[in-house]
Design a protein around this ligand. Structure first.
Ligand SMILES: [Zn+2]
Length: 75
């Protein structure tokens, strides 16, 4: 006996764990907006004005996500 089975056969949608957020006035160099990209475990921002790449630190708090600048160690 055969019948269409839709349960468990759906392909798991490839949802990239990647979120992009714009952080206004977040650039430490020029005060411009930073386009931050959050991936699993890390975050990185690029200033829209001066293109400075910033490492971001994401912390989970009770109030949600908190974003801060990670210690900059750029070559
Ligand atoms: Zn900047």
């Amino acid at each position: 006996m055969r019948y269409p089975l839709h349960m468990n056969t759906e392909l798991q949608q490839e949802t990239p764990h990647e979120i992009e957020v714009e952080l206004p006035d977040a650039c430490v160099a020029c005060g411009g907006s930073i386009a931050a990209r959050f991936m699993t475990g890390s975050a990185r921002g690029v200033c829209l004005r001066c293109h400075l790449i910033t490492a971001l630190r994401v912390a989970r708090t009770d109030e949600g996500m908190q974003v801060g600048h990670a210690p900059v160690a750029l070559a």
